[in-house]
Design a protein around this ligand. Sequence first.
Ligand SMILES: [Zn+2]
Length: 341
Amino acid sequence: MKALLVKEFGGPLILEEVPVPQPGPHEALIRVKACAVDQFDLTIRDGKFAMANKTPIILGHEIAGVVEAVGADVDSVSVGDRVTSTLYLTCGHCRYCLTGRETICADFKGYLGIHTPGAYAEYTTVPAVNLVKIPESISFPAGSVLANAVGTPYHALTKRARLQPGERIIVIGAGGGVGVHAVQLARMMGAFVMAVDIGDEKLSLARELGAEIVFDASNSDFSSFAREWTNGEGADVVLELVGTATFDSSLKSLARGGRMVIVGSHTGNTLAASPQAMIANEWEILGSRNVSKRELVEVVNLVAAGRIRPIVTGVFPLEEAEAIHQRLRRQEIIGRVVLEP
Ligand SMILES: [Zn+2]
């Protein structure tokens, strides 16, 4: 089969013929129909992710495809099923896995697309327990973005931020793959949204998806604008998809009792918060990690019902992955783009 390989960290993606992976007893072989491209793919190939420490790697953890074969012990999916997948390899029996919080599994085994051969290829293998079926009404490119680009903000806003109707939320990085779905989800939950990103194209999409107000953060801090928008109160929730570059403005934008939920930190890993300010304002700073399988089923239902629109702004062959990665590095990608092997 055709696959794109990372043969050395920091090196190019190399297109090669490799053997089709064989599913283990608990795995399914998936014919890949779409694989979304994530910022995390860049971190992995650059050698900047500690758990990705040996090559070759076939990237690709945002998967949609058709079950081509199943291992001997698999009965949850069958050949021909249309599926997408959660992203992590989890143990299935720790207290977190048993209570539907498997993304914080105590015996975490790794990631699709690092510790399994990923979906920048014609075929991939996935543990059957990760797979969720998708109906005919959801296209494969749309299906490939559900677990991460839609699921991540779904978990962050429903379980972590506990976003309430009538609250005000700021989405930092609102034009990216996770942001465009966070804006829609927050609107669906009855909140008022301020979208922060860079560039007219991203911000007009955020507005189209339901943001009440938008802010271009090219040259300035957004916190005073956020104060003005909220009549001086600050926002109830800030969803952080950017990291160190915006943490300070995000904290300054929070209302008393506000919650900052950190989902992404690709601009750096330092967070400086004043304990005094946290006490005085009863701020909550929360991490949020991806989406559980149960929540992914809910996401599939919302998308199938037309309540959330997956934003896929381009579909490209594997051969163009390198060019797509360069555009992603330059922050030029709006929503998600998808590879079609
Ligand atoms: Zn576990």
